[in-house]
Design a protein around this ligand. Structure first.
Ligand SMILES: Cc1cc2nc3c(=O)[nH]c(=O)nc-3n(C[C@H](O)[C@H](O)[C@H](O)COP(=O)(O)OP(=O)(O)OC[C@H]3O[C@@H](n4cnc5c(N)ncnc54)[C@H](O)[C@@H]3O)c2cc1C
Length: 383
């Protein structure tokens, strides 16, 4: 192949969609992927995972998912889909090739990846955030006797039957892992520190995401105000379950804080039945359990940290200026950055669903990249 117009880093949904859209815009790209297959992060997610967003709004550009996948495709169906996607569009990532750094090299970018050192005018960073599990440090955590694992390392509840397991954090992973543990015969307790937003996955028989998509041009405050009574009706009082409602509505929460509300798949009912317990924040760990901030200790055999991710791309992009915040998160995604030729796809949460947004973002970046190359070449060879 002649020199590519762009290098895409990562062969997850965002990298595949970006390469597909570049190809559709007439640009050649090469994908560098550190794992040995596409969708590597989905291959590692917990066994029972299904998409929380419906099939109809979770396909990547150019290839719908088959109706046989049902409304909420399973993890394995989604992996099959990503494989089929790469095949259909002849995307052939260079596997086992972790990109170490992306640096400025004149008007181009220099990529160091494995044995490869290559330059390119366009780099699309589609590395996701799975490499950056957030593991808080509580006093005494090193003294705890049992296993402590991050949610990204949890597969299923089979090893925990009959055990007391603490799940820390009530996002989508924490909520579903607590449910999985409960259904596997463990005594699951959720530690919920912050106020939360819980949405039913379906409302009036339709995926809740359809409402968010239909309302995407409304200001977040107005959309949240319209939806509030229906959500309250569907979810009921969460204060009675020992949790506090977040002050911001779900759409504001995503847009302003990048926090995704919980799309409930059965956890709330188990809490209501008393089969999953809810406690507050953890103050410290002890050898055989934790001490909650309200004061009393509780014994646990194992702890799952569903405490999210803290992406930090400073090591990957050591000299990019004005594209990352102080913690190393991209300031913008799916549009031009402060660095010409450097783009992110899928790096910021969207109320309309992350995978759907990946498709929108990839299409936009392909167009931005095409224009950028056209403008560059007209500067390089003026008439
Ligand atoms: C448990 C879970 C469930 C989710 N469910 C949904 C859902 O139902 N609907 C939805 O819309 N969104 C969902 N999301 C959010 C999001 O859509 C997914 O995380 C999605 O996989 C993000 O795609 P991505 O390509 O940006 O990142 P990833 O899927 O994480 O892929 C990134 C790829 O980049 C590679 N990579 C990373 N660093 C490098 C490097 N330096 N060099 C080379 N390769 C590298 C990785 O190996 C990986 O293959 C979910 C997220 C999680 C964690």
């Amino acid at each position: 192949m002649s020199a590519p117009d762009a290098i895409v880093i990562g062969a997850g949904p965002a990298g595949l969609a970006a390469a597909q859209r570049l190809g559709a815009s007439g640009l050649k790209s090469v994908i560098y992927e550190k794992a040995e297959a596409v969708g590597s992060v989905w291959r590692r997610h917990y066994d029972r995972l299904h998409l929380h967003t419906p099939r109809a709004h979770s396909a990547l550009p150019g290839l719908p998912m088959p109706a046989s996948f049902g409304r909420y495709p399973s993890r394995t169906q989604f992996i099959d889909y990503l494989q089929g996607y790469a095949k259909k569009f002849d995307l052939q990532p260079v596997f086992n090739t972790p990109v170490r750094s992306v640096r400025r090299d004149g008007s181009r970018w220099r990529i160091e990846a494995g044995e490869i050192s290559a330059t390119t005018p366009i780099v699309i960073v589609a590395t996701g955030w799975a490499d950056f599990p957030n593991v808080p440090k509580w006093p005494g955590i090193e003294t705890f006797d049992g296993p402590i694992l991050h949610s990204s390392a949890y597969r299923n509840g089979s090893a925990y039957a009959g055990q007391h397991v603490l799940v820390v954090g009530f996002g989508n992973s924490g909520a579903e892992i607590a449910l999985d543990l409960c259904e596997s015969g463990a005594e699951a307790t959720l530690s919920v520190r912050s106020p939360v937003r819980i949405l039913p996955r379906d409302l009036f028989g339709l995926p809740i995401l359809s409402f968010a998509i239909a309302q995407r041009f409304l200001p977040a405050r107005i959309a949240d105000a319209i939806n509030a009574p229906f959500i309250r009706l569907a979810v009921g009082s969460i204060e009675r379950l020992g949790m506090k409602q977040a002050e911001k509505g779900p759409i504001r929460m995503i847009e302003e804080d990048g926090r995704v509300p919980v799309l409930d798949v059965g956890t709330v009912a188990k809490i209501r039945e008393g089969k999953i317990k809810v406690r507050g924040a953890i103050a410290s760990f002890a050898r055989s359990g934790v001490v909650f901030a309200e004061g009393e200790p509780a014994p646990f055999d194992a702890v799952v940290l569903a405490t999210g991710f803290k992406p930090d791309l400073r090591a990957l992009l050591p000299d990019a200026k004005g594209v990352l915040d102080a913690a190393g998160r991209p300031l913008v995604s799916d549009k031009s950055t402060a660095e010409p030729g450097l783009y992110f796809v899928g790096a910021i949460a969207s109320p309309s669903g992350q995978i759907r947004q990946i498709g929108v973002g990839a299409t936009r970046i392909a167009e931005v990249a095409r224009r950028f190359l056209r403008d560059e070449s007209s500067v390089a060879s003026p008439r």
